[in-house]
Design a protein around this ligand. Structure first.
Ligand code: 1GP
Length: 249
């Protein structure tokens, strides 16, 4: 499957996608397998694998463990260049466009370019936008960037427009894993109105209602991680809420 073509086609039809984030640092291989098994029966569209910081985790082994239990496409969502595994299917090739840290706009890309090119992974250039979420998140601290203020819809919109004009193929708006306050529907609407590439939204989404609300506001894909680590039984309800947003899908 060409992952990006699928995302784009679904977005054009107004159909919503559900991705579950597995953090290889916080999730044991057994847990990763369990999440993958559950995801298969819950119609999860993609499994994202990545972490802001890797201490004990092993991305290769995590991907292998997921693969044993499901055939859902696995997409890397790497927090750094140590998290590239040719065992996955694709990679969100992130440029942190909400920040002004040159290393995360181009530096790390130069370091990893050759490895990624020869990996066989489907590469999806993604404008990653971090949005303020009520507390200092790991990703804001580690990336050494200031998130976009949560009430500045126009800054978010202009940042996303710039990303699209630069040729990026996806915009990922993230409040950060475990965010206290998720991204507002008003910001999602404003960004979606102003871009024509698919919009991914994640960070602090803890209920099926919030996931559905974000889809109605314009998110094409919802990413959920943290809350499922605590309560896997929520996955099914989340999936239904997201996929039922548009009954034609
Ligand atoms: C984080 O958007 C993802 O980068 C998912 O966030 O873990 O809070 O669901 P949560």
């Amino acid at each position: 499957m060409n992952i990006y073509s699928h995302i784009q086609a679904q977005s054009r039809k107004g159909c919503k996608l559900f991705s579950v984030l597995i953090d290889p640092d916080k999730t044991s291989l057994e847990e990763a397998g369990r999440i993958a098994f559950e995801a298969q029966s819950c119609n999860v569209d993609f499994l994202l694998v990545g972490s802001s910081i890797l201490t004990n985790g092993n991305v290769d082994k995590c991907v292998e463990s997921i693969r044993t239990f499901c055939n859902i496409p696995i997409v890397l969502f790497p927090g750094n260049t140590l998290q590239i595994s040719s065992k996955a299917d694709g990679i969100l090739y992130l440029s942190l466009i909400s920040g002004r840290n040159p290393d995360l706009l181009i530096g790390k890309h130069v370091i990893s370019a050759s490895k990624i090119k020869s990996s066989g992974l489907e590469v999806m250039p993604t404008g990653y936008m971090l949005v303020e979420s009520g507390k200092l998140t790991t990703v804001a601290y580690i990336s050494n960037t200031l998130p976009i203020p949560r009430d500045k819809d126009e800054i978010a919109s202009c940042t996303a427009i710039a990303g699209e004009l630069l040729g990026l193929k996806l915009i990922y708006m993230d409040a950060g894993s475990g965010a206290e306050v998720p991204i507002s529907t008003s910001m999602i609407k404003e960004v979606k109105t102003n871009i024509s590439i698919p919009l991914i939204v994640g960070g602090g989404i803890t209920s099926p209602e919030k996931a559905a609300e974000n889809c109605k506001a314009g998110a094409d894909m919802i990413v959920v991680g943290n809350v499922l680590e605590k309560d896997l039984s929520l996955m099914s309800e989340m999936s239904k809420a997201i996929h039922l947003t548009e009954s034609v899908c």
